[in-house]
Design a protein around this ligand. Structure first.
Ligand SMILES: Nc1nc2c(ncn2[C@@H]2O[C@H](COP(=O)(O)OP(=O)(O)OP(=O)(O)O)[C@@H](O)[C@H]2O)c(=O)[nH]1
Ligand SMILES: [Mg+2]
Length: 228
């Protein structure tokens, strides 16, 4: 059994890598900075998008791809902010892949878009395995999930360049120890950035917004260089 299963899994991942590379070429040609946003269900991905859109709208062209098993709730939340959003329903699938992103892109007008954020399916395991063509992988951990998550789900913490620790307004009501999160994530991923935030109160948002604006600026410069 294992002799059959392993090559099949490898082929799926290789096929996905080709599609992700095509997506990446397309994003680079357009000079769009693309983020793959991951977390367990309910950690605050859509809340982060809503607050980030509120802060950056008018200065940065934003589009969003939403991934969920079912429903269009999240895309509707984003559209209420006046931002283009397309919903992918995986119909039971636990992660997005390169092909789903290609199909979703057909429904987006990328002219004037500087930043494309892909909200992956809520899951700390499978999304870590599938590249989408993004420039950065970002994850959210909410304090209510516990400070042991980096130990239990190490791959996700290893591959993300930014960890947003959300719901810090709830810290007094949990036994989550922020120093343990920092220490455990540091052991897995010494170069990753950690921002402590609350999507409820807005605390800690300034450094996160500066980071994303800086990245968008870098990609705008690349785009301008290609056009000149
Ligand atoms: N107290 C508190 N609640 C928050 C915060 N951020 C998000 N929430 C709440 O957490 C719940 C889930 O937030 P969402 O933004 O929908 O989470 P999500 O990760 O997009 O969820 P899925 O898409 O279902 O995986 C909502 O009830 C939010 O209001 C926060 O910083 N503090
Ligand atoms: Mg969501």
């Amino acid at each position: 059994m294992t002799e059959i299963k392993v090559p099949v899994v490898r082929n799926i991942l290789q096929a996905n890598e080709r599609l992700a590379a095509e997506n990446r070429r397309r994003f680079d040609e357009a000079g769009i900075f693309v983020v793959n946003l991951m977390s367990s269900p309910g950690a605050g991905k859509t809340s982060l998008l809503e607050k980030t859109i509120d802060a950056l709208a008018g200065r940065i062209g934003i589009a969003v791809i939403e991934g969920d098993l079912q429903s269009s709730y999240d895309a509707e939340r984003i559209q209420k902010k006046g931002v283009q959003a397309v919903q992918i329903n995986t119909d039971g699938g636990c992660h997005l892949d390169g092909n789903m992103i290609q199909i979703a892109l057909e429904s987006l007008d990328l002219s004037g878009v500087d930043l494309l954020i892909i909200e992956n399916v809520g899951n700390l395991v499978c999304p870590a395995e599938f590249n989408l063509g993004e420039h950065e992988k970002i994850m959210i951990l909410s304090v209510a999930e516990g400070d042991d998550k980096p130990v239990k789900y190490p791959l996700m913490f290893q591959i993300c360049s930014v960890l947003l620790v959300n719901k810090i307004d709830l810290l007094p009501y949990t036994d989550c120890d922020m120093s343990k999160i920092r220490e455990r994530v540091g052991q897995l991923n010494a170069r990753g950035k950690i921002f402590e935030i609350s999507c409820r109160t807005g605390e800690g948002f300034a450094p996160w917004l500066s980071w994303i604006e800086e990245k968008v600026g870098e990609h705008r410069t690349l785009r301008a260089g290609k056009q000149s």
